[in-house]
Design a protein around this ligand. Structure first.
Ligand code: HEC
Ligand code: HEC
Length: 342
């Protein structure tokens, strides 16, 4: 059901609130599986721990940047839900970039990578930052020269591909595959919402249950659905009310920059909402400073709906219940620990 009238939404949804019983098979959102099941059943890939181990090393390795100052994890800090906690990213030599850093957690669910979807998969994506002048400003030849002098890394590479002979040189595709395989392990199952989906009614608050019902009723699930609660289509930001009043340059053109097609102007990949409570500031331009603000804007610009404070609060409670676990620990706890050690 879509609410066309903001006032109707207010009176119907807030005054006499109901929510439907959960039917896991019929819900627009599904639970995230464990890592091995994800590789084998969902991605139909072999789970190779030696490749994952190499990828983890590379992800945290500053030798991927020209001046050895930045690794992938500098911008995608796994202790902080895979982001840099800034409106836009900062590359080598303090260069401030034009766009917000999305999380690497659950990026394996995305049907394409980057806000504008210009990389078709994680391997193609990982080729971007090392070569980007504004990010790591290096290239694979330079990186391979540095890494091939490190016996630990070379042993990990041989363990990952025991049948390959690397004595004549190393194709960058091996580094990229290892990084991508590591990223495929960065999925976050066991969120309170997943426990709720799996039949535990006490896993989330009443407020979050009502928020989920609203999320479905007002039409958020049209774009944000599936295991990752997004990542499955391109959609225009400002579909119902103009978002880009005067600001129509650069990265704000979104997918138009890739296709040149008018239809794609201001189209962005719908972000996955797993762990979204921890990944602010929000939107491709990093303009939304609170989750409430982001939810309110979505109602306005995507659905032509002025959500009430109570509705926003319920939806936020639902979104908070999407915070999952990595290596058996809630990302929320991981972040709190990191913050208290700073
Ligand atoms: C200087 C900061 C920075 C560094 C270093 C960096 N990234 Fe990113 N990453 C970003 C930004 C900013 C974006 C979004 C760019 C865009 O969409 O145009 C991004 C996008 C991504 C995405 C796409 C996620 C999505 O939802 O579309 C993945 C995956 C990713 N980075 C992984 C990596 C890996 C792997 C490395 C190391 C090889 C890396 N990043 C290095 C800032 C950085
Ligand atoms: C027509 C498709 C569509 C609908 C409907 C929609 N969204 Fe979105 N949502 C998007 C797109 C596209 C973005 C990325 C915006 C950008 O480019 O900055 C987004 C971004 C978000 C973000 C920020 C994520 C981030 O990592 O920055 C949140 C939170 C969000 N949506 C929640 C909602 C909620 C809640 C609703 C319902 C009230 C909703 N969305 C309805 C398409 C949609």
């Amino acid at each position: 059901m879509t609410q066309a009238e903001p006032e109707a939404a207010e009176s119907v949804v807030v005054e006499s609130f109901h929510y439907d019983p959960i039917q896991a098979d019929a819900e627009p959102i599904q639970s995230i599986p464990g890592v091995e099941e994800f590789f084998e059943d969902y991605l139909e890939l072999d789970y190779e721990p030696a490749r994952v181990a190499l990828g983890k090393q590379l992800f945290h390795d500053t030798r991927l940047s020209n001046d050895n100052t930045l690794s992938c994890s500098s911008c995608h800090d796994l202790r902080y839900a895979g982001i840099d906690r800034s409106a836009t990213a900062t590359g080598v030599r303090g260069q401030v970039g034009p766009i917000n850093t999305p999380t690497v957690f659950n990026s394996a669910f995305n049907f394409s990578q980057f806000w504008d979807g210009r990389a078709s998969d994680l391997e193609a994506q990982a080729d971007g930052p090392p070569n980007a002048g504004g990010e790591m400003d290096s290239n694979w030849e330079e990186i391979t020269t540095k890494l091939s002098q490190d016996k630990v890394v070379m042993d990990m590479l041989s363990a990952a591909w025991p049948d390959e002979d690397f004595s004549e040189g190393i194709d960058s595709r091996f580094w990229l595959e290892a990084i991508a395989d590591f990223e495929r392990t960065l999925i976050t199952p066991a969120a309170p919402f997943d426990q709720y989906l799996q039949g535990d009614p006490s896993a989330i608050s009443e407020e979050a249950k009502q928020g989920y019902q609203l999320f479905k009723d007002v039409g958020c699930t049209e774009c944000h659905n599936g295991m990752a609660v997004g990542g499955k289509s391109f959609q225009r930001l400002g579909r119902k009310r103009p978002y880009f009043n005067s600001h129509t340059g650069g990265v704000d053109l979104g997918r138009f920059n890739i296709t040149g097609d008018e239809e794609d102007r201001h189209n962005f990949k719908v972000p996955a909402l797993r762990n979204v409570a921890l990944t602010g500031p929000w939107f491709h331009d990093g303009t939304q400073e609170s989750l409430s603000e982001a939810v309110r804007s979505m109602g306005e610009f995507q659905l032509d709906l002025d959500l009430s404070d109570g509705q926003v609060q319920r939806i936020v409670a639902f979104l908070v219940s999407l915070t999952g676990e990595y290596e058996g620990r809630s990302l929320r706890d991981v972040q709190n620990t990191a913050a208290s050690n700073q």
